[in-house]
Design a protein. Structure first.
Length: 513
């Protein structure tokens, strides 16, 4: 059985020390206009017999970067897409003048109607954020004290933390290492008589194996919530994601493909679920459910008096964003396809798989599988760092960079636009538990806190841990500048072709720690 995690046992020091040394060298050498540390000059003479031009040699080993870098702009702007434009500002301006600032305003109702139509669901309602959408869906399903909710450990914590607010226990499951999505066979083994819901996250826009998941749901009677926060516009066998399971939830947070700044959407075909969801968070809003399907008609429309309603201005902005969604998806798909096609013959760097019938969209991040054993043992962090030296804002997924242990989530001190997530079971909250409601109450109370929660240790979900330690995130682009994809591919090919000297270089740095 899993044990409560001792955070100190997490070993991430090797990779990050290499990268820190790499970065220090880079800064030092860059300013001297000299690209390698004198301690490692032995690498360059060994490479000179290759008679390579400077452009062919990785910038990390003294060559010329693919994309020109300056101390002021270490990463050239490869993106021409502007997420927010005059149109979003205009609608917010006009709505303000119309005093459309609260409640189910005409813009909000029109947006929800459009959402229902696009996703082919009977009901759709806006909420304050994606976490509230998942909270509403869980409440709608009747998740409550003593229940269990199964969720992949590889997702954003908002996929599962609403369960804690409902006093239900999170049960983490593995992902399929090839797709990075919920492993349905693993879920089966974790279902108990207390399981009340399964969260299927279409992570990074990739689409879960919905046939297998819904078959399991039918067999066991456990409902499924689709978390579509990364996958706006994605479909499975032609059906919009978010309409396949019992409920769909979307984040419209600022970095998402459809941004409200802050916002969320819930959609479902179930009147019972919808009525409960509205009861929870849509205070004073008339719920459009016919009388025969209402279970709580005796409650006045203020429901529980809790307010998860979205701000109308945010929904106004999202309504403009929705008009651009198909163009955004087309741009990202073309860019990702170009890179993925280019990677076919490249050892060590492989595209993430898709299930048959899956049509990914949204693409909140662009991970690729990295195989150091195919590249002379070159660590993923050093590979990602070598790409950054080429001006490509890449990052490896620094599992297990446990937030809260003083470890930066972003290696090399640089953030990327493809955020890696720490695995949830390694977070102190889920690993060590918390007396959330004080006095030994709540689902995360360990025996020491007066409960039965066992916590998690590193190693508890080995398949996901291994898969996530072997990811590299590439820049995600929507409307790239000309030749951006070709440049990213060149940077990858250069680094792959020089994996052996890069690995020796990294080992040299490690030896002088
Ligand atoms: C997969 C996933 N689920 C849920 C959420 C929560 O959404 P929000 O931040 O809008 O509450 C996010 C946010 O990033 C997410 O990435």
């Amino acid at each position: 059985m899993p044990t409560v995690c001792d955070g100190a046992s997490v070993n991430y020091s090797r990779g990050s020390s290499i990268v820190n040394k790499f970065d220090k060298n880079f800064e030092k050498c860059y300013h001297k206009r000299k690209y390698y540390d004198t301690k490692y000059e032995f690498i360059i003479p060994q490479m000179s017999h290759l008679k390579q031009s400077s452009a062919e040699i990785p910038a990390a080993l003294g060559g010329t970067p693919v994309f020109e870098r300056t101390p002021e702009a270490p990463f050239p702007r490869l993106e021409q897409w502007h997420q927010m434009t005059e149109a979003e500002a205009q609608i917010a301006y006009e709505m303000t003048l119309r005093n459309e600032l609260s409640g189910a305003s005409p813009t909000v109702q029109a947006f929800e109607a459009m959402w229902r139509e696009r996703h082919q669901t009977r009901f759709a309602i806006s909420v304050v954020n994606g976490t509230a959408a998942i909270h509403s869906a869980m409440f709608g399903l009747g998740v409550g004290p003593g229940d269990e909710v199964i969720c992949p450990t590889y997702t954003w914590m908002g996929s599962i933390t609403p369960a804690l607010m409902l006093m239900a226990k999170p049960v983490f499951c593995e992902v399929d290492p090839s797709t990075l999505l919920i492993d349905v066979a693993d879920v089966r083994g974790r279902i108990t008589e207390r399981t009340k819901a399964i969260i299927a996250v279409h992570l990074w826009g990739n689409v879960c194996d919905m046939d297998a998941l819904m078959a399991l749901s039918e067999e066991t009677g456990v409902p499924v919530i689709e978390d579509c926060s990364h996958a706006h516009g994605a479909t499975y066998k032609g059906t919009p994601c978010g309409s396949i399971a019992h409920a769909g939830a979307w984040s419209l947070q600022g970095s998402k493909s459809v941004s409200a700044g802050e916002g969320g959407m819930l959609a479902t075909n179930s009147a019972a679920l919808f009525e409960r969801a509205c009861l929870l968070g849509q205070v004073n809003r008339t719920v459009d459910i016919d009388a025969e399907h209402r279970n709580y008609a005796y409650l006045p429309m203020m429901g529980l008096g809790v307010k998860f309603r979205a701000h109308p201005l945010a929904i106004g902005i999202a309504s403009v964003q929705m008009q651009k969604l198909d163009a955004l998806n087309a741009g990202r798909r073309a860019y990702i396809d170009e890179i993925s096609n280019g990677l076919r013959e490249v050892p060590g760097v492989h595209s993430v798989s898709r299930y048959p019938g899956a049509e990914p969209a949204g693409f909140f991040g662009f991970p690729v599988h990295y195989r150091e054993e195919e590249l002379h043992g070159l660590p993923a962090q050093v590979f990602a760092d070598a790409l950054r030296k080429e001006g490509v804002l890449a990052n490896n997924n620094p599992y297990p960079a446990v937030v809260g242990d003083g470890v930066p989530v972003f290696s090399g001190g640089m953030s990327t636009n493809s955020n890696p997530y720490p695995l949830l079971h390694t977070l102190p909250l889920f690993a060590q538990g918390l007396d959330i409601y004080t006095e030994g109450r709540g689902a995360l109370c360990t025996p020491a806190m007066g409960g039965t929660y066992e916590g998690y240790s590193v190693g508890a979900l080995p398949v996901t841990e291994k898969a996530c330690s072997r990811l590299v995130f590439l820049p995600l682009l929507t409307n790239p500048v000309p030749h951006a994809a070709a440049g990213v591919l060149t940077a990858i090919r250069k680094s792959v072709a020089h994996a052996e000297p890069l690995a020796r270089y990294a080992r040299g740095i490690e030896n002088v720690k």
